[in-house]
Design a protein around this ligand. Structure first.
Ligand SMILES: O=P(O)(O)O[C@H]1O[C@H](CO)[C@@H](O)[C@H]1O
Ligand SMILES: Nc1nc2[nH]cnc2c(=O)[nH]1
Length: 329
């Protein structure tokens, strides 16, 4: 037997000429392309919880502490109509959002995107004006990022000051509602800044939302309202959080009232969820800017003064609470 003779299989004999080889290659490529087109493509979306890593947030906090040469204990976030309250901060170091590494910037907020690090009633505070809203196109992870950043700055108490529409008939324009709980319409749909892998350095994966609004702080706020003679203007209520930017329809308004909402707004719930996750004590105050649909609106001329009174009452509550905590009262 001649050992130099090699046997070939049928495939080899079929591919005799270069032209045939080329044709076969094209056929295989076409077939592969067809299969690839038939499969859905994997779309990789960064989950909300991974938009900013722990190290990113740590760098932001370090930057703030280094620039201000202060470690704040109290964090304040002001909503769209509450920015003026940042005047409360004594001798502040003013930081622009653009100064802070990787901090999200909302072009819609113009010059309002600032942080003030200083003192309030002797307590070290940081106040953030120019809240990031979902309806401006910011992802939830960005809307709630300031809360994590405050936590890593050393903040223990978070004050969220916002404005809202009235759902309950007894909430009037210019009243201040101390939020005791919320109904998070976003969250029901799984729209939450915590969606995605959990970094335990921020908090544990299972977040309980009972006592998310700190009961002791709520009691303090109500007590101070009585002390300053504003208990008829300060109420305690439930906040319904919706996406906006369109306001609620009359049917939604009726529905929200039926399920126990007193006020409606488009912000704080994602912030409070993240605050609860990282163990911050939260107090949220909302000033009513829009009357309930079944309640007569105040005369146009009174609006500005009612809102300014509401802001004033909110600032009294926050300042006096900080004073009491600082002085162990
Ligand atoms: O919650 P803040 O930031 O105060 O803003 C409130 O005002 C906006 C409507 O004018 C909504 O975003 C509502 O939530
Ligand atoms: N009606 C109404 N008024 C608001 N004022 C601020 N936010 C809101 C809201 O969501 N609804």
């Amino acid at each position: 037997m001649n050992r130099n003779i090699k046997m070939c299989n049928g495939d080899c004999c079929m591919l005799k000429t270069a032209l045939q080889i080329r044709r076969m290659k094209l056929l295989i490529e076409k077939q592969l392309q067809k299969e690839a087109n038939a499969k859905p493509k994997n779309i990789i979306v960064t989950p909300q919880s991974s938009l900013y890593s722990y190290e990113d947030v740590q760098n932001m906090a370090k930057y703030i502490i280094n620039r201000a040469e202060k470690k704040p204990k109290y964090g304040l976030i002001f909503g769209s109509h509450m920015n003026k309250l940042s005047d409360l901060v004594d001798s502040p170091t003013v930081l622009e959002y653009t100064d802070i590494p990787k901090f999200p910037i909302s072009p819609l907020h113009g010059t309002n995107c600032k942080m003030f690090v200083g003192e309030l009633m002797g307590g070290p505070v940081i106040a953030i004006q120019g809240r990031l809203h979902y309806y401006d196109g910011n992802p939830f992870g960005s809307c709630a990022l300031p809360v994590r950043m405050l936590k890593l700055c050393g903040v223990e108490y978070l004050f969220l000051i916002c404005s809202a529409g009235a759902i309950a008939a007894d909430c009037k324009v210019g009243d201040v509602v101390v939020i005791k709980d919320h109904i998070n319409m976003f969250g029901w749909g799984g729209n939450c800044p915590l969606v995605g892998p959990n970094d335990v350095r921020f908090g544990s994966h299972n977040v309980t939302m009972t006592n998310a609004y700190d009961e002791k702080l709520i009691d303090r706020a109500m007590e101070i309202a009585r002390e300053i003679g504003q208990d008829d203007r300060v109420k305690c209520g439930v906040y319904a959080c919706v996406g906006g930017p369109a306001l609620e329809t009359p049917a939604e308004h009726r529905f929200l009232r039926k399920i126990g909402a007193d006020v409606i707004g488009m912000s704080i719930a994602p912030e409070v969820t993240v605050a609860r996750h990282c163990g911050l004590k939260v107090l949220s105050l909302t000033v009513i800017t829009v009357p309930s649909i079944d309640v007569a609106a105040p005369p146009q001329n009174d609006y500005a003064s009612l809102l300014s009174e509401g802001r004033h009452i909110s600032s009294e509550l926050v300042s006096r609470i900080i004073y009491k905590i600082q002085n162990n009262l």
